[in-house]
Design a binder for this molecule. Structure first.
Ligand SMILES: Nc1ncnc2c1ncn2[C@@H]1O[C@H](COP(=O)(O)OP(=O)(O)OP(=O)(O)O)[C@@H](O)[C@H]1O
Ligand SMILES: [Mg+2]
Length: 481
């Protein structure tokens, strides 16, 4: 849920806009003039402001810059009719997230809002470095292991300098969290912060997104566009997944680092830029250089200050603390209380190698909470949660099938008199468990998925000794969907 403020003198637009955004689950307030907008702004403290450039009283641009002065971390989207595009472009060069040309399509608008909110979350949601953060509205980097202690020290040392920082680590080790922490502890924490995910943006769009373009630079470039790097002038740019950045753009980033300037696409003007860059990647950059996919000169510049994040399997001593943290966070969901974890549950966590690192652990705890019934999380809860995750990937499914054949062979050669019946029970359990897991424990949905009646499913579960928490989806609510 995000807080969004709409400032526009068109009442019909305000109302329909508010309806759409509330439908998306956001908390929306609106104002008809710049003055009213500023007043609501100070008390409401929105994550995003969507405003018209043409407003009665105070003009839109003035409203925008007043809000920026009050809180530079706020994101704004400017709405404009064709005739006033110039003003909207000026606003983006002053740090507005982007502008929307009226009339606009709703999906396009929602996509832009999504991106702006993501950027807002990045710069505004605080990250703490200390483990015993009781405040659940704040993200914390958890872990008391030596590797993590060293990381905190490095963040503390590096953040206040203006050095380029490279965050490296496997997927799910917390690179994004660390990047946010570096920004928030930097001298630029009250300046713009811009996030660019180099894999999420198609190669053809990435260059114009980063550097902007001049009117007429290519067909379709009807107006000038200010790129994200220019918008971040004075602040910080986070280049996520930099290992996946196309070579042509790597060259331009290198130039930005060396000359502290950029050129818009199709532009002749050299624009001086002062930004700090934080980059992250899970790629093996040395390998990428060998494969001709990453520039060596850029690599040497980037790697001077590297923050390496340890994989979870190398800091298993942090498991209890991390588990406790996720249990607390996840059980704030209505209808869920924190059941804690048993000793055997903790041991089961230690036995897994966590290829998906902390993200996998968080997912595992979430699943275990669905399957358990208020009792402390057990080893079985953990094991089925891990297995559930496994069967999602194609190769894992293959291993599961081989595992299945293995079970059949072993049972058949064990001299078990009830081999067939026992095997069938075993597979029934697996099928039903999987169906329940896919339906988040909802038995009505699972029975539909399995093509059996709900009473049949319930009696099978009873016979096979399968249980599922009724807390997450009560049977009443499940009948509705
Ligand atoms: N040390 C930690 N303490 C608490 N939460 C963590 C920690 N590390 C990671 N997380 C959580 O795990 C999830 C994944 O972290 P994050 O997105 O930062 O990983 P990443 O390294 O950027 O992964 P990817 O390479 O897949 O993008 C997030 O929900 C994050 O809050
Ligand atoms: Mg990431």
């Amino acid at each position: 849920v995000a807080k969004i403020l709409i400032v526009d003198d068109d009442a019909a637009l305000r109302i329909s806009f508010a309806k759409i955004l509330q439908g998306e689950g956001h908390n929306v307030q609106s104002a008809a003039s710049g003055e009213a907008g500023i007043e609501i702004y100070t008390s409401f403290n929105p994550d995003l402001v969507i405003q018209d450039v043409r407003l009665p009283g105070m003009v839109g641009l003035e409203t925008f810059s007043r809000m920026k002065e009050l809180d530079p971390s706020v994101q704004s989207i400017i709405m404009t009719a064709y005739g006033t595009t110039e003003t909207a472009i000026t606003a983006t060069s002053m740090g507005a997230f982007d502008y929307l040309l009226k009339p606009f399509e709703i999906p396009e608008m929602l996509e832009l809002i999504g991106k702006a909110l993501e950027a807002s979350r990045f710069s505004r949601k605080k990250v703490r470095l200390d483990a015993d953060s009781e405040d659940l509205d704040v993200d914390a980097i958890i872990g008391g292991s030596r590797a993590m202690q060293n990381l905190y020290k490095s963040i503390g040392r590096v953040a206040p300098t203006d050095a380029l920082v490279l965050v490296r680590g496997e997927s799910g080790t917390g690179k994004e969290l660390v990047a946010r922490a570096v920004f928030q502890h930097s001298m630029r924490s009250d300046k713009p912060f811009v996030v660019i995910n180099c894999v999420a943006i198609p190669e053809t769009l990435l260059e114009s997104e980063l550097f902007g373009y001049e009117r007429g630079a290519f067909t379709g470039a009807n107006t000038r566009k200010i790129g994200r790097i220019e918008q971040a002038d004075g602040g910080t740019v986070f280049l996520d997944e930099i290992g996946d950045m196309p070579l042509s753009i790597q060259a331009k980033i290198l130039r930005l680092l060396q000359e502290k300037s950029i050129e818009r696409i199709g532009g002749r003007e050299t624009i001086p830029i002062d930004v700090r860059i934080i980059a992250a990647t899970n790629r093996n950059l040395e390998q990428a250089i060998n494969d001709g996919l990453f520039r060596e000169d850029l690599y040497y510049r980037l790697k001077v200050v590297t923050l390496p994040l340890p994989p979870l399997r190398e800091r298993l001593t942090d498991l209890p603390q991390l588990t406790e943290y996720f249990l607390r966070r996840l059980s704030t969901v209505p209808g869920m209380s924190n059941p804690g974890i048993s000793r055997s549950g903790l041991l089961a966590l230690q036995e897994h190698s966590w290829p998906g690192n902390v993200r996998e652990l968080a997912n595992c705890i979430q699943k275990a909470l669905i399957f358990n019934r208020g009792a402390p999380i057990s080893a079985e809860d953990i094991q089925s949660a891990i297995k559930g995750d496994r069967s999602c990937s194609a190769e894992a499914a293959d291993t599961n099938e081989n595992h299945g054949v293995e079970i059949i062979r072993r049972t058949l050669s064990s001299g078990d008199e009830n081999a067939y019946a026992n095997l069938m029970d075993r597979f029934s359990s697996m099928v039903i468990t999987e169906a329940l897991s896919m339906c988040d424990g909802n038995r009505s949905k699972a029975s539909r998925l399995l093509g059996m009646s709900r009473p049949t499913l319930l009696s099978r579960m009873e016979r096979l000794g399968l249980r599922v928490s009724a807390k997450v989806s009560s049977d009443n609510s499940s009948e509705k969907n």
